[in-house]
Design a protein around this ligand. Structure first.
Ligand code: FES
Length: 102
């Protein structure tokens, strides 16, 4: 059964860089865009790289390894060599608390 879990403070987030968290054995990348937060699974689908080590630009997370990208809102693969989507994870803010649905 899914539950909302606090994983970070909004104050810990940076619009230009994702924050990586590890929840129940799962790597998750958290993104801040204005007053909204988004989350996706945290490992690139192209090869093995932690998306939390990448950077965010124009609403896309760029993988640190080969610079492919995904939409931070939908997880859709946007730039090559990424062609397999990552899973979006429901995320929300409650005050300064960042919650993801696990
Ligand atoms: S591992 Fe992410 S683009 Fe290659």
């Amino acid at each position: 059964m899914a539950e909302w879990r606090r994983v970070a403070s909004k104050a810990d987030l940076d619009e230009d860089y994702p924050k990586g968290v590890h929840v129940d054995g799962q790597d998750i990348a958290i993104y801040l865009a204005g007053d909204q937060v988004f989350a996706t699974e945290g490992i690139c689908t192209h090869a093995f790289a932690l998306l939390a080590d990448g950077h965010v630009e124009d609403g896309k997370i760029f993988c640190p390894l080969h610079q492919g990208s995904f939409d931070i809102r939908t997880g859709k693969a946007v730039d090559e060599p990424c062609d397999e989507d990552i899973k979006p994870i429901p995320a929300k803010l409650e005050g300064d608390d960042v919650l993801v649905e696990i």
